[in-house]
Every structure is written in C-alpha cells, then in structure tokens.
Design a protein around this ligand. Structure first.
Ligand SMILES: [Zn+2]
Ligand SMILES: [Zn+2]
Length: 340
C-alpha cells in the first residue's frame, strides 16, 4: 500500500506529520494532489483543543485532480481545483428549503483534508465541494475561494443601506474580507473596523477602511467614532461574549450580523434588542454563488484586482506547518497558507 504525508493534531497546539495510506477514490469521489491549503479559524479550534477531526482539518485548499471515481463526470485528471462549496445536492431537506449552506452532504467532504499531500473529495449526488479554477488564479489565491464565499455571505446577508455606518468587530480574515466586499459594492458606506490587536488595526488602516479603532476586551470603547448608532454591526470574532458589544453599538433599527463561528456562551440581557428594534441574523458559509452563465461570482471576484489579495495572505512551506500553526493561533497573519 502506498502512503502519503498528512498533518495531524497530536495534542493541544501540537501538529505533526504522519503517514497515512494513500487514499483511493470510491465511485463518487475524486482524488486531489494538494498544492496549497489555508489555515481557517475552524482549524485552529481543534488545534487548540488537541482534537483531530479528519474530514474538516484543512478545507481551504487548491490542487490538481489525479484520479476520478466512475460516477463523477464533471472532473477529469489534470483539472485544477479550489475547495469550497460550488454546488449543494439540491435534494435534501435544507437544500429544498433554500439553505444550500446546510446541505446534509456537507459533513465528511474530505479525507484526510487539505493539510496532506493528497485528499479525497466526496462528490455524491451532485454535491460539489470543489470548483474548477482558471489558470489566471494561482494556487495560493485559489485557497481563498472558500473563505471568500463565507465573507460574501456575511457581506450580502442584509442589504446595507446607502450612506450607512457599518462596524466590523474582529479584523481577522472574515471581518476584513467582509469589510472590503461591502466597501467595494457600496463605496458611500462608512466602515469602521474594531479589534483588540494593534497589528490588525494597522492592517485595517493599510487596507483603507474608513476608520479603525483598537478596543479592549469587555469594555465599551470611548472613541466618538464608536457612538452606538451603527446601522449594521458585524461580529466576526467568533467569541460569543462580543455579541453583547455588537448589540450595544447598533443604532435604532440596526442589524447585528453574526459572521464568526461563535464559541462559548454569553450572559446577556436582551432588552436592547427590544428597545432598539434590532434585527439579529446569522451568516453561515461557505455558500455557493453561481452566476446565470454557469460560472461563479466568488471566482469572478478572485480574478478582480480591486481586492489586494496579496496583502491578505502569508505563505509558509508545508514543512514549516508547526510554525505556521503557532503564528496563526497567535492571530499573526490574516491568512496563513501552507504551500506543498
Ligand atoms: Zn474556512
Ligand atoms: Zn443538500
């Protein structure tokens, strides 16, 4: 049996290379030779806890199709792909109700995932967690296809009114991308970024958000820019307690969007939601964005020069995965991408 190298979580904040049997595609699967894989916040959670869940460890990858199961007709050997939801099954209950981001087939998409030399991709019943990419998108940029479609969900979850004030709390990759997408589609919106990290504030300024404010955990910010009158507040931190701050800073009739994957619980008095008649919405990616011509809006965006993609990504070679994970866990780079 041939084998290949994969990264495995071996304890809290510890990743190591292991050898796994070379995956063989079943009839509904394709095998990908991985080129690059980004580290997502949802990879850092099991990393910190020391729990290995293969099917979700490394889901922001790009690569090349090297083997195709007999039931899969729309990929061939040599196709370059990016991981991310291109198409849900369309038949399961969530799909039928208009929630492709909850397709029941989205569990167990990959094995062992993108932090490996090779990964299987499940493509049963029309479900496509990968998309073919054009040559103009390189392997590193292609890893942004999945996080981009998550950020698009956040940025388009509600119609942002013209001339409104938008606050993004948490300037990690999700928050920063959502801010840039809103700015791109609505240039007259005033966007404030807030974060506890001075580095993230500097990055927000570099990426030309209208204002960036460093905040302290658990404290209401004193800056006049942070007056509680925001039309839209996006909580992209993934920290449950920040929800309270988001609700406090929303203005009358405002909307609070939960864009991170909120971990933990919050002791919370809901009165401001009632008093200010707030709307609270979740925004769960990845979400498919097909165009009428059969393309993908997210891929079109990746080709656009309006977003400074190079500034968002820090590249590490695969063999420095330990260091890359340590840096990503300390909220260093916005997006760390491992390259094979
Ligand atoms: Zn992700
Ligand atoms: Zn489905």
């Amino acid at each position: 049996m041939r084998s290949c190298e994969a990264l495995a979580i071996r304890g809290p904040e510890l990743v190591e290379f292991v050898r796994v049997d070379m995956p063989e595609p079943g009839q509904d699967q394709v095998l990908i030779e991985v080129s690059a894989c980004g580290i997502c916040g949802s990879d850092l959670r099991p990393y910190r806890q020391g729990e290995m869940k293969y099917e979700f460890f490394g889901h922001e990858f790009s690569g090349k199709v090297v083997s195709v199961g007999k039931n899969v007709e729309d990929f061939k050997i040599g196709d370059r792909i990016a991981a991310g939801l291109e198409q849900a099954c369309g038949h399961c209950e969530p799909c039928q109700r208009g929630f492709p981001n909850y397709c029941v087939l989205s569990a167990n998409q990959f094995y062992p995932g993108g932090f490996a030399q090779y990964s299987l991709v499940n493509c049963a019943q029309g479900f496509r967690p990968i998309i073919k990419i054009p040559d103009a998108i390189d392997d590193v940029r292609a890893t942004l296809y999945e996080p981009l479609s998550c950020a698009m969900r956040i940025a388009t979850r509600v119609a942002v009114p013209r001339g409104s004030r938008v606050l993004v709390i948490g300037l990690g990759m999700m928050g920063m991308l959502a801010a840039l997408l809103i700015k791109k589609s609505s240039p007259d919106v005033y966007i404030v970024g807030a974060d506890t990290s001075a580095d993230r504030i500097a990055q927000g300024r570099d990426l030309e958000l209208d204002a960036c404010v460093q905040i302290e955990p658990g404290k209401l910010p004193a800056s006049p820019i942070m007056a509680p009158t925001f039309d839209v507040v996006i909580d992209a931190t993934g920290i449950a307690g920040v929800f309270r701050l988001a609700v406090d800073l929303a203005g009358l009739g405002g909307t609070v969007i939960l864009g991170g994957v909120p971990a933990g619980t919050v002791d919370f008095a809901p009165l401001p939601i009632f008093r200010k008649e707030l709307t609270v919405v979740g925004a769960k990616g990845p979400y498919p964005y097909p165009t009428a011509e059969g393309g993908s809006e997210a891929l079109d965006l990746l080709l656009s020069a309006e977003i400074p993609w190079e500034k968002l990504v820090t590249v590490f070679p695969f063999r420095l995965a330990k260091e890359a994970f340590q840096g990503a866990a300390r909220s260093g780079p916005l997006k760390t991408v491992l390259v094979m």
